[in-house]
Write a protein that binds this ligand. Structure first.
Ligand code: SF4
Length: 484
């Protein structure tokens, strides 16, 4: 599909993706996503914005899965779909259908923007969304390609759309006056926050910024079009999630200073306040005053809620290194942190901090690497993706799902310190229940003998041997054909 897309005129966009979202062939099989369809990231960003319509162009099975997942996560609005068949795809009629759909939907009373997302097949076929009108009746049209073979994770797909919107909004702001944010213009310089976070986190950050004469700006991806202007107007952008490469490019093009890492735990907050203060030209005395107020509160919260136990952790949200720092400062013996996201300059400080405390950091981690870490370190708790959690529980290791149970918590400043301890300690304390269950069920129902059986499952090793023989024969035949 990659080759098809390149020959169908998509090489420029695929080259940009390859540079923005690099894969390390040595680090894992992340030329293909191991998590959900990446387009879900863009779809979710579109669906969470007010006055924004999101239309998918792709195979019906992909669209079914994506709409299902959207509604599972509470989208509460329709996902547009332009269907196609082989004929409309190869004759170019699909593009005409998309154009017609966009014209039909472009009602300025309802929408500020319409997002059209090309999934794998239309991207590979070169459906040219860039030829859509930039605007119809005042409704902005954003066409993006988000193929699974070009964007490695759904996290990075959020950046694809957020970056495209920021670029559009930057062009508008440069051309003339733009709408003010719903809540009015901030009376102090703001710090735009890049990356989805727990709803209380921007407020906590705002409270920490206030004594420095700053305010928390919008969170990117934004919830409304006009917030994009306010984000771009912020003199400083904080790359809380470090993989938003396209979005950061727009902030830099607008002349904004970008700060990495985040105010997590004592050391993280100390360094972040200093970096933001420096970027916003705040006097050192003011920065020190905030630190003197915040840091003892954070240290107190961490000390009150210690975590005791050996942990491994992995996820694909992009906040893994931040959570890891918090776990280590809470006293956890963390051995491994795997993230599906790539290494960027914006997580360097977190990586170095974790390395210096003996934590192995794996960017673009594959499921195999996450599982290998779990088997090697035999943790008291494995925090991970669904298949990691499943494997851990099978091995009688308590486990927590990163996305729903860990990353969806306050992490920043005093509110974040200690917020993980209750859930982590409760899970570690569950070990005895796993042992009881394991002793009760014994070896029943493992592997290919799982399920409900009327009789005792009989192994047929001869079937496997036969299939193996056939596969070897087939491979030899293919090899022989290749040599001709
Ligand atoms: S084929 Fe592509 S668009 Fe469809 S579900 Fe898979 S990654 Fe997503």
């Amino acid at each position: 599909m990659l080759a098809a897309a390149k020959s169908a005129g998509k090489s420029e966009v695929l080259q940009r993706y390859a540079a923005d979202y690099p894969v390390d062939p040595k680090a894992g099989p992340h030329d293909q996503p191991q998590s959900m369809c990446p387009a879900f990231g863009s779809l979710r960003v579109g669906l969470r914005m007010r006055r924004t319509m999101t239309i998918l162009s792709g195979s019906a099975c992909c669209v079914y899965g994506l709409t299902f997942t959207s509604h599972f996560y509470g989208a509460r609005r329709s996902v547009g779909y332009v269907p196609f068949n082989s004929e409309s795809l190869v004759t170019g009629k699909l593009f005409e259908d998309i154009r017609e759909a966009v014209h039909q939907q472009a009602d300025p009373a309802q929408y500020d923007a319409i997002v059209v997302i090309n999934l794998c097949v239309p991207t590979a076929s070169g459906v040219p969304l860039q030829l859509l009108p930039k605007e119809i009746n005042g409704v902005r049209i954003i066409g993006i390609d988000v193929p699974g073979f070009g964007v490695p994770t759904h996290a990075e797909a959020k950046d694809v759309l957020a970056g495209a919107m920021l670029k559009y909004a930057r062009g508008e702001a440069e051309a003339g006056p733009v709408a003010t944010p719903r809540g009015g213009r901030a009376d102090r310089p703001t710090v735009a926050l890049i990356g989805e976070m727990f709803p209380a986190d921007p407020m906590v950050i705002g409270a920490m910024l206030e004594p420095m004469g700053l305010a928390a700006g919008p969170v990117v991806p934004t919830r409304e079009w006009r917030e994009l202007y306010a984000a771009l107007a912020s003199p400083v952008a904080a790359a809380i999630h470090p993989f938003y490469t396209a979005s950061i490019r727009e902030f830099e093009a607008a002349g904004r200073r970008v700060v990495g890492s985040a105010p997590v735990g004592h050391d993280g907050t100390e360094a972040w306040l200093q970096a933001v203060g420096n970027a916003a030209n705040v006097a050192q005395a003011q920065i020190d005053a905030v630190k003197n107020r915040m840091l003892p509160a954070i240290q107190g919260a961490l000390a009150r809620m210690p975590i005791r136990g050996r942990l491994t952790m992995s996820g694909y949200e992009g906040s893994e290194l931040l959570v890891a720092r918090l776990l280590v400062e809470s006293g956890a013996d963390l051995r491994y942190v795997g993230t599906a996201c790539p290494r960027t300059a914006w997580s360097d400080a977190d990586r170095e901090w974790l390395h210096s405390r003996g934590v192995h950091v794996q960017y673009r981690a594959s499921l195999e690497q996450d599982l290998a870490a779990m088997r090697e370190f035999r943790p008291d708790l494995a925090i991970g993706t669904t298949p990691v959690v499943q494997a851990a529980k099978e091995a009688c290791i308590p486990a927590l799902y990163f996305t729903n149970l860990i990353s969806a918590r306050p992490l920043m400043g005093p509110a974040g310190a200690g917020s993980l301890a209750t859930v982590v300690n409760a899970a570690i304390a569950n070990k005895a229940r796993f042992d009881t269950m394991s002793a009760f069920f014994g070896g029943t129902g493992r592997g290919d003998q799982a399920g409900v059986w009327e009789g005792v499952p009989q192994a047929h090793p001869e079937f496997r041997a036969d299939t193996r023989r056939q596969v070897i024969k087939l491979m030899k035949k293919r090899k022989a054909e290749e040599m001709i």
